[in-house]
Each structure stands twice: as C-alpha cells, then as structure tokens.
Design a protein around this ligand. Structure first.
Ligand code: GLC
Length: 507
C-alpha cells in the first residue's frame, strides 16, 4: 500500500534523492540520463520509496553540475528532453511515486539570457535582475571560496555571487524577478511535478545595506550565515503559489544554516516551507553523544512549532555516511535503522541502499571545483564492469562496485539492499514509525534508544554505537522486527545488543 494514504503524503513518505548524472545511463555516453532513470524505476519501487527528488536536469554549462541553470523550463540534452521528463513523471506516477524537482532560486548561470542582458550595459532593463555594486564588501563565496564579488569589465561594476563566479545571484528584491521565478514554478506544477527541493533558499533575501559581515573575516561563506527576514517573505509567496495547486504539493528547503533553531524559523507559521533540511545531523560523526544532541535539538526546536523534521545522512555535497563513519558497512547499516525510524521524513541518497562508500578522486578524475565528487560516483547496476554504464563513466566507481552492485545484492538476503527493503516495508506497516511521537529511553551512554508511538502501534529502536556488546534490558518481552545485521529477526529480544548493531523491536 502506498504511504500516501496518510495525509499529507510527505509526512509519512521516504524520499529518494536521484543524482541524475550518476543514476543510470541509457545511451551509453557514461553520463546518467532520464531514459536510464525510467528503465530503473522498478528498483525504486521494489526498494519501497515514495518520492524521487531529482537534482537539476535543466540546460546548464555544468560549472556546478547543473546548479548553474541557463533555462529553468527545459531539460539539458545530456539528460534527454522535456518529453523524457514528462514520460518519467507519468511512469513514476503510475507506480505511485511522487516526483520532486530541484528549484534553484538564488542564482542562475552566467550564460542565462537574463544575465547576458543584465551585464550588457548599466541601462539594460534587466540590469537590476542581478546585484551590481561599484564597490565590493567583504562577503565570501562558497565552492571555490574567495570574494563573493566579480568585476565585470564591460559594464565596470561588480556582481554578487554566493557560489561560483559563473553563478550570479538573482535580485529577489526586484518584483519582476519574483514574477519570472513564479512562472517557473507554475510551468512545472502544471506539468504534474509534486513539489520542489529549494536550493539554498535562505540565501535569496540579501541585507540591503550591504554591510561587511564580521563572520566573513573568520572565513565563513555567506551560504552558512545569510539569514534575512526578506527570505521569509519570498518563501510565503512560493508557499501560496504551491498551495494553490491540488494534491499536497510540497516545498522542501535547503536551509544551510548550522542552527536547528534558526532552521525552524523557515517553516514560518505553516506558511513557508513544508519541510526543511537540517544540517547538524548530517555533519555529525558516528558518536552517540553528538547525534543524541542533534535529535534532542530537533525535537525541542521543531516539535513545539509542529514543524515536520527531515533526516539526511548523505547527499551529493557531502561524503557518504559510510565513509564519514570510517568506512564501516556495519555502522552504515546501523545508521540506516536510525535514519528510517526517527520522527520525520527520511531522505535516502542514491547508492546509500547499496552501502556505497565515496569514490577516490584524484587530480586526474576530479570534476567538481568544490571537490565534492566522492559521493557522486555512478551507481553500479551489474556485477561486471562497466556495471551497466557506457565504457567511460564520467567518474570512477566507488570501491567494491562488483559486490555492492544492485545485481549482486538483489537476491542476497543479508545484503544492504535487502536490509533497506525490509526497513522501508517495516515503516509502511507501522504508523508509529511513520507518524508517531518520539521519546528517548534511558540507556547506556553508548546506546541510543527511543520509543515511537501512535495510538495502539508502538516500536522501540536501540542502536549500539560501541564496538563492544551492551545490555539494553526491558521489563516486558519484545521481538526483534529488524536487525541492522539481519541477526535474530523474528526472535524474542535477548536484552543485549551486539557491537554496532541497531534493532527495531515490536511487541
Ligand atoms: C546547494 C547544492 C550544491 C550547489 C549549491 C549552489 O548547496 O546542493 O550542490 O553547489 O547549492 O547551487
């Protein structure tokens, strides 16, 4: 049964992030494409996810892997065509899968016709669609670092970019920019997309005094500190627009501020984001003290606002969680149990369900100017190299691509893929896991334990972070429903946890 029988669907959903250039390659050019994704929808359906979020598929010079867009309402030929995207939406919907696109409001490509006009002359009608100044301030850019201002020789002014110089920031304080970007959302909503992941949405409002920021002196880039009231006004406009469509379309924001309390503000009074990413748990190491703190913060800061949390362990900008946790597959699998049982909507980054590590990137294979290629390697589909891809994939595969391939794991009961499938099925069976309250349970400091509870449905989750066994005694009998290492499922719980083992217990 699809999870969407709950209302709204996104609260009980599991979202799967597709990084299109590395998901599946239908035309054999070594770069993933939409046709490839369509042929592999079965994998996602069998996995049991509810929605796909696609990183950008729009026409782009690819200086920032598609986050530098030169046409918001088309598909880059590298990935296919608009017709392919329509086909993807139709086929995903037939399978009960929602489709979310990446909406990048903060900046365009410097090759976008709007910026080409804007930089043509100071009196161009689109000049103020971007942010031009005679003097730079001390704001710092991200990805390559350095100043957030680049000098334009032709028009003799500096333009602002929070990211690469090839990604000029739009001026959302200009009503025509707001209107043009609203048109983009209408375009996709009318085509049937179910919502958007909104890229660095906390960056769109800019301090109009353009004062120096002392935190930039300490090297902080604007993406981690920009937090202006006007971004909230922009968000309320986007929310009204999205809510005017039927079917619970959703706005999920990337708010990259390292404070859960500040992130909470981007839910507004239920009139801004439906959900926001929250980075502290994604930054956290394999450490029960740090993770416990992150989870408590989410409950304390978001709970009272009725703001629905999200949980992310890996994405295309960060090391995969298996690599961050020291390369241990056992830890990565225990973490998956945590990801899929906390209160909120979990996001699985493609390849996580295979237990992939980062690929090793050398000076020769490096593509991203920000050095984020590690987590972006192609998914290995088949055991045999090139693993279902054209002969020269755009990045090298991660280690053990043969044994971690979908084909190798498909029918192995103890595989990581099988664990993810069981976990997702278990969530579907349990309203406590999808929607229930979260309550921490007393446990050894190395064990994180909590209870999920909704009406008559109840689950306990316990995760042993230590490399030694730990007791977790319970007064009444419980049964192991899921074990991160597959051991003892269906058996009565013994009251002990193996090293780096996570369990879901049911009555
Ligand atoms: C977001 C994206 C990242 C991109 C940046 C600029 O953080 O996730 O990949 O480089 O925004 O668009």
């Amino acid at each position: 049964m699809p999870n969407s029988f709950h209302s709204p669907w996104w609260k009980s959903a599991v979202v799967y992030q597709v990084y299109p250039r590395s998901f599946a390659d239908a035309n054999g050019d070594g770069v993933g494409d939409l046709a490839g994704l369509i042929t592999r929808l079965d994998h996602l359906q069998r996995l049991g996810v509810d929605a796909l979020w696609l990183s950008p598929i729009y026409p782009s010079p690819m200086c920032d892997a598609g986050y530098d867009i030169c046409d918001y309402t088309d598909v880059d030929p590298l990935f296919g065509s608009l017709a392919d995207l329509d086909e993807l939406i139709a086929q995903a919907h037939e399978r009960g899968l929602k489709v979310l696109l990446d909406f990048v409001p903060n900046h365009t490509s410097d090759q976008h016709p709007w910026f080409i006009e804007s930089r043509a002359s100071r009196d161009n009608p689109r000049r103020d669609w971007y942010i031009w100044r005679d003097q730079p301030n001390n704001w710092r850019a991200s990805i390559e670092g350095g100043s957030a201002w680049t000098w334009d020789e032709t028009s003799q002014q500096y333009y602002l970019h929070f990211f690469l110089p090839q990604q000029p920031d739009l001026n959302w304080h200009h009503p025509q920019v707001v209107a043009a970007m609203h048109q983009v959302l209408h375009f996709w909503l009318a085509r049937g997309v179910d919502g958007f992941r909104v890229d660095v949405v906390h960056c769109v409002g800019k301090d109009q005094s353009f004062a120096d920021d002392p935190r930039c002196l300490a090297g902080e880039p604007m993406v981690k500190i920009n937090d202006q009231p006007y971004s909230h006004e922009v968000l309320r406009g986007l929310r009204r627009l999205v809510d005017s469509y039927p079917g619970d379309r959703v706005l999920i924001g990337e708010v990259n501020i390292r404070s859960t309390a500040r992130v909470a503000a981007y839910y507004g009074a239920s009139d801004e984001l439906h959900m926001s990413f929250n980075f502290p748990p994604l930054d956290a190491p394999w450490d029960p003290v740090v993770l416990r703190m992150c989870i408590r913060e989410v409950e304390a800061d978001l709970g009272p606002l009725q703001a629905w949390p999200t949980w992310v362990l890996s994405n295309h900008d960060n090391s995969r969680h298996r690599s961050r946790y020291g390369g241990s597959l056992r830890r990565a699998r225990a973490a998956a149990v945590m990801l899929l049982t906390l209160r909120g909507t979990p996001f699985i980054y493609q390849g996580e369900e295979l237990g992939l590590e980062d690929t090793v990137v050398t000076a020769r294979t490096r593509v991203d100017p920000g050095g984020r290629d590690g987590s972006r390697a192609p998914l290995p589909w088949t055991v045999q190299a090139p693993h279902g891809w054209g002969p020269t994939p755009w990045l090298p595969f991660a280690a053990d691509a043969d044994v971690l391939s979908v084909q190798a794991q498909e029918s192995a009961a103890d595989s990581t893929l099988a664990l993810y499938r069981r976990l997702l099925a278990c969530r579907r069976r349990s309203t406590a896991l999808c929607l229930g309250d979260w309550e921490e349970l007393p446990s050894h400091p190395q064990v994180l334990a909590y209870r999920r509870h909704h009406e008559a449905d109840e689950r306990l989750v316990c995760i042993n972070f230590a490399d030694s066994e730990h007791a977790f005694p319970l007064a009444t009998p419980w049964r192991v429903e899921i074990a991160s290492d597959g051991q003892g499922e269906g058996q009565p719980f013994s009251g002990r946890l193996d090293p780096e083992q996570a369990l879901i217990l049911c009555r």
